[in-house]
Design a protein around this ligand. Structure first.
Ligand code: 3HC
Length: 311
């Protein structure tokens, strides 16, 4: 490579400025971004499934309208992110193919079932809360298109988080059965939410390089701790408890200590052995096949009317 280009890239990163699609970048930087952005995009669209499961059974018109809007937002996030990946020269077809054949990952969290209505609240509060904690720093990612996509995504995620919190608060203050349903959802979603941040720092394959490139701004463990610290007082306000007997305020560290995470479970889910992996990927593949005629029709239309093709 031209050393001048590499020096310019290094200087741009050092100055906290943005790398843009037409700039020279190291191949590994490009590949790591495609990997992370694709995994993120896949998580958004697979993440539509567990919540969509409750659209037909939402307890009121108001709740149903909110949930439909939220699931549509996730589809939109997927689209911004696939577009961000396209600016790196990787097409959406290729990424979807890698998802469908298990060569790219999506977040572990979406391999858990949504057993009750309260799970919609738990996903909003905990899953979207964890996503925001992880993604707000990504608004300062060194790659421009990803960072900019993240600004809008985080605004929408923060609405999602609030709707989940409000839903849980309503259940928690409802009947005894409603309160118990909310508690049960928290009991099931808490630990998987902590796993969303990825493996512990000393086992995180990509963290050091991604942080040097300013793709990631904080380590997995740092963000996980930040999330726990945010959730503990919120759980108290909700009148619900977090299922961890080891949660304790640590005066010295100025953080909440928490118990050990079951990393065996995490690794199993990543290997495809979570409770819903087969169901999620099977449904995604079917949706893709069933949508083939739409893609073909759109392509045929675009070929007939090239002037109307958006650029
Ligand atoms: N689920 C699945 N795979 C995970 C994972 C998780 N929770 N955490 C880590 N991994 C994978 C990594 O992708 C990597 O595998 P790979 O080499 O095949 O890509 C491997 O485990 C090692 O982990 P690392 O810590 O080395 O990986 P990263 O440096 O990429 O860090 C990350 C992982 C923190 C998840 C980072 O990729 C990231 O910040 N990604 C962007 C955010 C994102 O993807 N969020 C998805 C969450 S859900 C969501 O956004 C939808 C919303 O609607 C809720």
């Amino acid at each position: 490579e031209d050393t001048g280009q590499e020096a310019l890239f290094d200087a741009t990163i050092a100055a906290d400025e943005r790398i843009e699609p037409r700039d020279w970048m190291p191949d590994d930087y490009r590949a790591s971004l495609v990997r992370q952005i694709a995994q993120h995009a896949h998580s958004e669209i697979i993440g539509m499934q567990p919540e969509a499961n409750w659209i037909t059974r939402a307890p009121s018109l108001r709740r149903k309208a909110i949930l439909m809007a939220k699931v549509q937002d996730e589809a939109g996030h997927g689209l911004y992110l696939y577009s961000a990946a396209e600016t790196l020269g990787t097409g959406r077809d290729e990424l979807l193919d890698k998802l469908h054949t298990g060569r790219q990952k999506y977040s572990s969290i979406f391999n858990y079932p949504t057993l009750t209505w309260a799970d919609v609240g738990a996903i909003g509060w905990l899953v979207d809360g964890a996503a925001i904690t992880n993604q707000v720093p990504l608004c300062r990612c060194s790659y421009g298109p990803y960072a900019r996509a993240m600004v809008r995504i985080c605004k929408e995620e923060s609405f999602h988080q609030r709707q989940g919190y409000e839903l849980l608060l309503t259940l928690s203050r409802g009947t005894e059965a409603q309160h118990a349903m909310a508690q049960d959802a928290i009991d099931r979603w808490w630990w998987p939410s902590l796993m969303m941040f990825g493996p512990p720092d000393d086992e995180s394959a990509h963290s050091a390089q991604s942080m040097a490139w300013k793709i990631k701004r904080h380590s997995n463990d740092e963000l996980r701790q930040r999330f726990v610290d945010i959730c503990v007082p919120q759980a108290e306000t909700l009148g619900l408890t977090l299922p961890d007997p080891d949660l304790r305020w640590n005066e010295e560290r100025g953080h909440w200590d928490f118990g050990p995470i079951d990393w065996t479970e995490f690794r199993e889910v990543l290997k495809g052995n979570g409770p819903c992996n087969d169901e999620r990927i099977g449904r995604r593949r079917r949706a893709h096949q069933e949508g083939a005629w739409v893609r073909e029709a759109a392509a045929a239309h675009a070929a007939k009317h090239p002037a109307h093709t958006p650029h």
